[in-house]
Design a protein around this ligand. Sequence first.
Ligand SMILES: Nc1ncnc2c1ncn2[C@@H]1O[C@H](COP(=O)(O)OP(=O)(O)O)[C@@H](O)[C@H]1O
Ligand SMILES: [Mg+2]
Length: 576
Amino acid sequence: MKNYKRLLKYMRPYMKQFALAVICIIMAAAANLYLPWIIKDMIDKVLADKDMQMLYLICGGIVVVFLLRGIFFYGQSYLVSYIGQKVIIDVREVMFRKFQRMPMAYFDRHQTGETMSYITNDVQAIQSALVDQLIEMVTEGSILIGSIVFMFVLDWKLSLLTLIVIPLVGQAMKVFGRKLKRNGTVIQERLADITSLLQESISSIRVVKSFVREQYEIDRFIRQNNLNFQAAMKNVQLTSLLTPSVEFLAAISVTVIIWFGGYEVINGYMTAGALVAFLTYAVNLANPVKRLSRVYGNLQRAMAAVDRVFAVIDLKETIQDKPDAKVLPETKGSVVFDHVSFGYKEGQLALKDVSLEAKPGQMIAFVGPSGAGKSTIANLIPRFYEVTEGAIRIDGFDIRDVTVASLREQIGIVPQETMLFSTTVRENIRYGRLEATDEEVEEAARAANADVFIRELPKGYDTEIGERGMNLSGGQRQRMAIARAILKNPRILILDEATSALDTESEKIVQAALDRLMVGRTSFVIAHRLSTIFAADQIYVIDGGQVLEQGTHEELLKKGGLYSHLYSIQFGGEKT
Ligand SMILES: Nc1ncnc2c1ncn2[C@@H]1O[C@H](COP(=O)(O)OP(=O)(O)O)[C@@H](O)[C@H]1O
Ligand SMILES: [Mg+2]
């Protein structure tokens, strides 16, 4: 319930609407309570005493009451839904902001589908918790309390007798509620499992098809789907049991009223009208108890989602600006790794005591077997991850002492595979610098050897790119990435196997664009093909997260270590 209070905090901006909504709800509920009094007057005064004036009063009363009830009902639905929708978009925004700010390490550990499910399904559950359940709770709560008060006014002895059964019902609710909450969590988790399975299997459909694993995926899906079914049915079983149990208890209390009330009317302690009115209240009482118990179950289930939402909102952003973080001034581009160690997981180092230095404008290359830690070094420069030991300095500033934004603004990255957004070619390039003019975008594209192919697209720069840039080739996508980087114009550049997914032909074009991009910038180049790094100012040979050798191409060849070995593999042993 602590989280429900927190959820209510999100309603604070809508307090005025909320107050009005509660008034509407209570007034609409009060209209329900008025009916049994009409019945009482009808029996005791109109039917028994033949009071004509009372008859007109009652008829007029009914019309007015129902008219008002309609108006208040409209007000309650409209206002509460308004608040619910507002809160939902607020919470969604908070969550989206959170995910945008979460460090890379979070996304390494969590699947995309899971994250999406939080923002869509779980936030939707908040809507249910706030809107539907809140209306029900206040409505039925008012009816319940109002009915009990009126019942005591009518006959307190009979009321006491009736209310003996209420604690019994309450106890039953508690037991079921606990089970429902536990089961609600299971259902949501199963649903999230299905979403991530869907996400994974559909986005990897190429892999699935190339391995002819359609049936395998279908079987996997059937298993997940069945698990969801079992959890859902468990829930159905619980909710289906809940209603008849509560109703049975209510029926017993009605029997008690008829027996004792009938006895009182026969002995003249109570009028017939009062008994009928009492009975009506008592029957109405069964409804709010029943509905409140359902609200309770629904709330428990919604709260499981609310708990998850707040768990996300409370996630720690491990990579944050220090309170006194400075803005990194425009860098000259000197980058120093000072005895840096780093592990993705605790106690498991991916980099051990790496020291290196890049002077402004230099080209630094990393070579080494796959899994050596080359990309890890590259990931640390924009502070995607925090070093475990040692420090990285840019122009003498420890990168932990400057704002993340000012650091990343000055670093351009061209990864092995480029993600494009499903918008136009122009907007995709402009992602590098949002305020760039159309001319600047096209100029960047020209420098990236991309202008020609873009102009050949159906709508040129205004061609919409399909999801993940599906309708562009790898080489075209890389050139878009280079154009982005050119537009960003960073002092420091990271090229992480930017050409390794390309065929020889497009590699040449992309490499030419990269060479142009690197001029005048400090560049870190991870290359699978040594020919692209012969000219590097320093080459670091990485293996097992450590620097094995370092030097220029010639120096390393002379050493006769791992580099010259790699070289002889790639160039068939011939020496230059
Ligand atoms: N996001 C990650 N989470 C956990 N471990 C990782 C992650 N990325 C890489 N690693 C591990 O760190 C080591 C170095 O990987 P990486 O730097 O990608 O190698 P390279 O780029 O040289 O091929 C490998 O053992 C790899 O499994
Ligand atoms: Mg790599």
